[in-house]
Design a protein around this ligand. Sequence first.
Ligand code: S3P
Length: 176
Amino acid sequence: MKNIVLIGFMGTGKTTIGRLLASRLGRPFVDCDKKVEYEIGMTIREIFERYGEAYFREKEKDMIAKLSRYNNAVIATGGGVVLSNENMRRLKRNGVIITLTASVETILERTGRRNTRPLLLNIFDREQIVNRLLSERGELYQKADFSIDTNSNSPQHVVTEIMIFLRQAGYLRGRG
Ligand code: S3P
């Protein structure tokens, strides 16, 4: 069975939804950022601080190459995974791509709860940065098989909608 790959901006709920979707489907859940953190032995924030973004992107690319060889998994990606065509080509080859979206207000609220995201740290105007990144990446997030808004829908509802899509599109067989 193909992987189910969640893409989307920071704070759109990829990890929360991914975990829930995996448990509803009885499939393994993998989080690309967590895998990179584990492999390097540092948090994403520490990796950015010590080695810079370009280094992180290389490690992220290597991890995506590995995860793309999985089968049957639910994969949550980091928000910047779409910046590499190679990442997306690999993920698509063996996966169905689902974009999660949220409004700028929701993104600011969710990402403001923790200071784990280096791109949004120590910044005077976070809203401006979020808007800039969203406009740079907007089109890339649209290259998905299915897209769902997470603003006002509960995680349970979002997961149900994704499952309806997967079943209708023929990605699920039998129960699940
Ligand atoms: C990033 C998103 C983060 C993480 C890193 C860079 C991005 O993941 O990979 O901080 O470029 O959007 P989340 O989307 O899970 O926050």
